[in-house]
Design a binder for this molecule. Sequence first.
Ligand SMILES: *Cc1c(COP(=O)(O)O)cnc(C)c1O
Length: 421
Amino acid sequence: MDHFLYRSGTLHAEDVALADIARTVGTPFYCYSTATLTRHYQLFTEALSPMPHLVCFAIKSLSNVAVLKTLGNLGAGMDVVSGGEYLRAKAAGVPGERIVFSGVGKTRDEMRLVLEGGIRQFNVESEPEMRAISEVASAMGVVAPITIRVNPDVDARTHEKIATGKKENKFGIPIARASEVYAEAARLPGIEVVGIDVHIGSQLTELEPFEQAYLKVADLTRRLRSEGHDIRRLDLGGGLGIPYQRSNEAPPLPVEYGALIKRTVGDLGCEIEIEPGRLISGNSGVLVSGVIYVKNGEGRDFLILDAAMNDLVRPSMYGAWHDIVPVEEPAPAAEKQEYDVVGPVCETGDTFAKARPLPKLAEGDLVAFRSAGAYGAVMASEYNTRPLVPEVLVNGDHYAVIRARPTFDEILARDTIPEWL
Ligand SMILES: *Cc1c(COP(=O)(O)O)cnc(C)c1O
């Protein structure tokens, strides 16, 4: 459920008409709904109650500081994968004790940064990284709390680019070697083991892969405890999928996911952490774009939009589907026509949808890409020197621009000409 609905014949974000925002901000722009972000976060905390838990929003899915502050004010933790994301979480007022640090390539500079600012735990991905954290922390005279990410070798049955829990993926240590690695961790002076971490992939549309992974984590918890380790926290990752194509997808709900967690690891007395990104941010955002031209090609009609692959790359990068809807509500019986929906960027990859049935559209009409809140704005670029797409946050009947569109002067001022030119 989200808060993007037609009212009086025009698509609203909560109580604000998207067409009104388009008039002041211009298109394209991303628009996020506070009520939807809040609701999705709360669905997870409710699903995990009464177990002790922390829902750590995966910042990489949507990293605007205003969004982070919205969630942080509700008590959310944050899952960061870089020093930059850590600074975003801090800028949003989230304390270090609610921030977990994931990612396979943490640098020593990043380790120092988060140890200085405070961190709940490092989710360690390899032995060399574990040794580096121990060295950095020891040199600073502190002890770093860590979990070790284990790779459970389960098939998440999702897009290959976002599956992370198979043994051939670059993530975590093989679960079969966990005893050995935890034994080394216990000997290192600068780290303290607090738990186990697992994350098997993104956009999972079934619960079985989670179940397989979490049962393995439960077994491992018992084994590591019997080997003398204090396993008190389980970070179970993110990855629950959302319905991108609302007409025919129904992925599991957070409440079902929560019940699965209780069933698989609930009796271990551990504090549970999860790291959902997409399920909180995905349906909380739309990308609004205007039709520049309707071009009648040979055997097909093109809808040429002012949004392009640089603003929303998921269709061209993952072949992803986004529902596209007109901002002005079509009559119920309006005839549909098939369009290839494309952007202005100079490559054929700049295609959002092929032969998509849509009500008849004309120059100047607005459309909205649904479920665009996650992995949308964060992956945007200025390819073709198209200004970085702005972001707007709606809250009830008011809205604010939370990242402005840069001017061309600002864009050009970032390039510097060396003295020899
Ligand atoms: C990407 C990622 C997440 C979030 O995944 P979603 O599919 O957006 O929920 C959580 N944890 C880690 C370690 C990740 O890499």
